[in-house]
Design a protein around this ligand. Structure first.
Ligand SMILES: *[C@@H]1O[C@H](CO)[C@@H](O)[C@H](O)[C@H]1NC(C)=O
Ligand SMILES: *[C@@H]1O[C@H](CO)[C@@H](O)[C@H](O)[C@H]1NC(C)=O
Length: 229
């Protein structure tokens, strides 16, 4: 009950202050930014230091960039996504994405240093989730690794050295760096991998694309880079 109440308060304030969501359409994708956290410090900081215009520009750039990494033309992209909604909400954590809805946590916006720099990275990661396929059986670590791979290729964020991690599907930066190693043998590797899994995921796709099992690739990678210290 409490979260619903909070977000209703947020919506009321939003309407009262006239900061209603203003949709912007680019490449047939519409972007709608809604700050439902206005009563909080994070919600206020979003208005004063991030803003809707900046957010739409970055989301739009992130979409174009994810399509490039995934080698999806506007015609090949997920056709059921014609809008990306971004909400700033009173929720714990940094951000999460469900379908075409991205939620950013107020506490993160309030406390993160250099909010525009950090949130740009977060937007690229979350927008990648909107456009990536979720083949059945895909490890969550691979889903997160692919989203971070888009951030890596965009030249955003600060990165550990290659070799980080104890499992290939550990997720986030560890998996992104491993995917980058895989892409050193086949530059279109990540795009090819996701193209194989609109319905179902299998570890055998690594062997199909690179001629080695994912476990062998991981062993080679660790032998080459150690633990990335
Ligand atoms: C969006 O991308 C363009 C072209 O790469 C760049 O010039 C611009 O600064 C980007 N905008 C933001 C807000 O990051
Ligand atoms: C996304 O948000 C909209 C607006 O709140 C809602 O109608 C829709 O069901 C949400 N979609 C998903 C996949 O959660």
């Amino acid at each position: 009950m409490a979260p619903l109440l909070l977000s209703m308060v947020g919506l009321l304030l939003l309407t009262a202050s006239g900061a209603a969501a203003r949709p912007v359409t680019v490449n047939s994708v519409k972007y709608v930014v809604t700050n439902e956290a206005l009563p909080t410090l994070g919600g206020k900081r979003f208005e004063s230091e991030v803003g809707t215009d900046f957010t739409v520009k970055v989301l739009r750039n992130a979409t174009a960039f994810a399509w490039k990494v995934f080698r999806q033309s506007p015609n090949e992209r997920k056709q059921d996504v014609d809008v990306i909604n971004l909400f700033v909400r009173v929720v714990p954590g940094i951000a999460f994405t469900v379908g075409n809805n991205i939620t950013i946590g107020d506490d993160y916006v309030e406390k993160v240093p250099s909010v525009r720099v950090s949130i740009t990275e977060t937007y690229f990661h979350e927008v990648a989730h909107v456009w990536q396929p979720f083949g059945e059986g895909q490890p969550i670590g691979l889903i997160e690794g692919i989203a971070d791979y888009v951030v890596l290729k965009a030249g955003l964020g600060t990165w550990a050295k290659p070799g980080k991690g104890t499992r290939w599907d550990q997720g986030y930066d560890a998996t992104a760096l491993f995917l980058d190693y895989c892409a050193s043998f086949r530059s279109t590797f990540v795009a090819d991998l996701i193209r194989l899994m609109p319905v179902k995921y299998s570890d055998s796709y690594f062997e199909q694309l690179l001629g080695k099992t994912v476990d062998q690739l991981w062993a080679d990678y660790k032998a080459k880079y150690g633990d990335g210290q």
